[in-house]
Design a protein around this ligand. Structure first.
Ligand code: IMP
Length: 204
């Protein structure tokens, strides 16, 4: 496949099957680069996340998709790290309540495990891996906040209904995409990725 997309921008595959993440990231990227989803690249596989760190999982997703497409690729892995639970669910956030990756079951388990605990501090951490040719670059974004006791809001995905970011009194699930993108971990990591690409991509 060609490295320049049909719109004349540098083309990057985003190695995810999570449409929520695609929407969030496309909003941030705008027209600066052409982001191709796995679906659009004709790839229909569920990429494993078998490792104990966000970085290793993100790297693996890039390596798998680069092998299949030969294109430059980026991927991200995100975890919710809860202080009173020693950083859990962390890298296991998607499967906290089991292999079903059920958002509601994960929230229920989190609320249950925090019952009676007053320290509700948590943070989302996103690690982005970018593979340009054979060279990997890493970017990280963190959003600090609190886990509330009852879920609020219907937007977003995952733990959004129970996470109130610092600087707001709304959960991520009560925010529009634009509002979430002002504060979010993913936005912060993507902003670094874009800065890097703007400064360096032309040289590759
Ligand atoms: P992944 O392994 O990076 O796909 O994400 C792990 C899990 O973390 C997801 O299944 C979601 O439950 C959760 N997650 C990731 N990003 C977010 C977010 O922005 N808001 C809420 N939950 C998220």
């Amino acid at each position: 496949m060609d490295k320049i997309g049909s719109k004349g921008f540098m083309k990057l595959v985003f190695a995810t099957n999570n449409q929520h993440k695609v929407e969030e990231i496309r909003k941030v990227v705008g027209n600066q680069f052409e982001i191709i989803t796995l679906f659009e690249a004709g790839i229909n596989i569920d990429i494993e996340e078998p490792h104990n760190t966000l970085h290793e999982n993100a790297s693996e997703k890039c390596a798998v998709i680069h092998r299949l497409t030969g294109l430059d690729v980026f991927s991200e892995d995100t975890g919710l790290e809860v202080e009173a639970l020693n950083g859990e669910p962390g890298v296991k956030s998607a499967r906290y309540a089991g292999e079903g990756r059920d958002f509601q079951a994960n929230i229920d388990k989190l609320i249950h495990n925090l019952e009676g605990i007053t320290n509700r501090k948590a943070r989302f951490r996103t690690v982005i891996s970018l593979l340009l040719g054979r060279q990997e670059y890493l970017f990280e974004g963190i959003c600090n906040g609190q886990i509330i006791k009852e879920q609020k809001g219907l937007k977003g995905f995952g733990y959004d209904p129970v996470f109130v970011p610092d600087g707001s009194n709304k959960t991520f699930a009560e925010m529009s995409l634009d509002e979430k993108n002002v504060l979010s971990h993913r936005k912060k990591a993507v902003a670094q990725l874009l800065d890097f690409l703007s400064a360096n991509a032309q040289n590759n």
